[in-house]
Write a protein that binds this ligand. Sequence first.
Ligand SMILES: Nc1ncnc2c1ncn2[C@@H]1O[C@H](COP(=O)(O)OP(=O)(O)OP(=O)(O)O)[C@@H](O)[C@H]1O
Length: 794
Amino acid sequence: MSNRTKEERKEQERVDRVRAKLREGIAATEPDVLDLKGEVVDIRRHFWDEVTVNLSHPDDVIETHASLKQQSELLSERERSHQSAHKLLDKMKRLLPAPYFARIDFAEEQEGLQQVYIGTASFLDEEDGTFLVYDWRTPVASLYYDYGPGPAAYETPGGTVTGEMELKRQFIIRDGDIRFMFDTGLTIGDEILQQVLGKGANEQMKSIVATIQREQNRIIRNDSSRMLIVEGAAGSGKTSAVMQRVAYLLYKYRNTLKADQMVLFSPNPMFNSYVSAVLPELGEDNIRQTTFQDYLGRRLEPEFTVEDPYDQLEYELSAGEDPGYKARMSGIRFKSSSLFLNVLQSYKERLESEGMQFRPLRFRGRTLVSGEEMAAKFYSYGPSFRLPNRVELMKEWLLERLKEFMEQETEEAWVQEELNYLDHEKYQKAYIRMRNARKRNRSELHDSEEEELLLRRMVVDEQFRKLRTRVRHLRFVHVTALYRQLFDGNELMGALTKEAGLPEEWQGICKYTLSRLDDKRLCYEDAAPYLYLKELTEGFRMNGGVRHVLIDEAQDYTVFQFEFLHRLFPWARMTAVGDFNQAIHAAAAAFRDEQTVSSLYGEAGTERIRLTRSYRSTREIVEFTSAMVRGGEEIEPFNRSGGKPLIVRGPADPKAYAAMVAERAAGLRAEGFGSVAVICKTAAASKLVYDALSEAGAQELALVTKATQSLPKGTVVIPAYLAKGVEFDGVLIYDASAEEYGIESLRKLFYTACTRAMHRLELCTPGGLSPFLAEVPQHLYEMAEQLQPDAYRV
Ligand SMILES: Nc1ncnc2c1ncn2[C@@H]1O[C@H](COP(=O)(O)OP(=O)(O)OP(=O)(O)O)[C@@H](O)[C@H]1O
């Protein structure tokens, strides 16, 4: 900053002082870290030299044990010291270029005026014990996010502290130089936010701690509810709030909460990598990240080939011609509904008294225990046992039965035959076993008799191993048959759906479902209900160690998915964020259904927060996109200006059209936009467009598919459903015609695609326009030369 005022010079001097202290700290800590590292390596290398190992007498054993313990404790202590010195050094290095981003002057009623400088971590002056920088997550720092100058208060473990905020100041510091400094009002300075948002998009999300808005802070610091639901407009900072919330919780509960006790469910692996830089930037370890699909796959494969949600979507978006389409779409709606969840729960109650299905235990072509015999045994346990308990009892019973069969089997002729082919290694094994058994039991048998018996048992044991494992894994419960019989005719489903009746296209749904099951393929819409039924009968798996589950893009979760996560992580708090306008899985309505979501933890344990301000896109883009969706008038754009969205009509010839889009993408890049996305409706379309653009000479071009692990730089061609959650400087909708986006069910996908743009949005069309655009007032966009308003008539 040139021509600094006196105040600015004072602030710069303070920055210089703090940086000098940081440098001192770094200089002092660096050798410690190196020394400690050396010590750790040394202890590890010479670990055994320092331990006296002598196991001759009991006394020596005790001494050896003590010496080992001492040496391990020394190693752990040095490792801990190294780790904390390393963390401290890391923190100081992180703070050095920009030690803080804000200052507040707060006059406490008891303590007098306090100057609080806020940064991404706390930094203490070793000499006088004062805080040169306060971590943004400390209680006093919440003043910065929640208040403007005037009366203010913050919560501490000891109670509420009240006082008067006399100053709220923000800084942008780069390499130790104060570039901007503003005194601000209630909201966190628009000027700084303008600066931050005006920049280009990144391949990885950045932290927003310097500019967290008040309503976002409510999400980040929310501590009271078991279930926190955030519904927010596109670009309103839901994902950002989730990531900063994780950092906040890790700080606040640092003695009891570890990063691996938090799980983030996100839409796809690329998104995982997109958000993975935020926590390290804030000095925290990354938490566990997964997708629901990944979880389903782990539980259901290899028994089935499980379809993934992208293939399901591709089908939804492109298979209108398939004769089974209507039935499958109706099936998707039904299988994602609360009605189907209730059906499965009632079905479970019915199975308590009748209808269980079992796989017979068969061995060498013979049935050892038939399905009927198992059913008889199962129902003999009586109604006081829950289904999973009965299954557990069945398992024990079957294992006992198998033991008996195995004993009988040793006498069979096939065993003798197998013995003839036994290899040397197995003989050897049998011999060792026999020797051990002899030591233990002082067997009366002659060597040869005993050897033969053992060998026979070994052969039988081996042959039964698979069967026993299947029993242990509860494979005798025929879940596929149980699921199958729901779709086998009208009677059972009719009884279970009660007055709601059978869904539309029921016959078609049955046909489609059964044919897939017979092929050992599980459609995505069947996967969660199938697993739910399996766990209702066999018992729910639980992960008691996880304390926080965070769900991004929660609008695409079905009632089954919520129910699962609730049961899988019974001790966890849940944070679910989403935007119903971006629900690209048409059938997933659970998030919108207040009753469904609040039933998980009860109304008292559930809190809802709405975010209506949108930060990602320019005012022009937000006004344009909001006009396409229901409730759009509530979305409030952040006041950052850019060009109006542009509708461009291209030539009808596909080659010429691709060349035009390639040229427009190149034009945006030449204007300085680092990331440009050409968004298509499907993966199939993306591939074609990618090829066409490559042929047209597009530079630095990458295709994003469901297998893409991280967002590429430059220009990408991407299907709309994979673009959700991420953002680009410029977005080109490849084909915004009525042919491509003509039916109502595509509205949300279209909206999602358009809202990915931060600075520029262009919608290309080879002909007419999508009807969604017809609802947008004309003054909210511009049109490239030849396109006239009558193009809307579709
Ligand atoms: N308080 C803030 N300060 C600075 N930038 C912000 C703030 N809130 C949001 N942003 C920025 O706005 C953009 C959108 O944020 P984010 O992706 O978290 O929104 P979202 O609600 O999850 O969006 P969507 O639902 O559309 O995927 C990001 O670039 C983010 O950095």
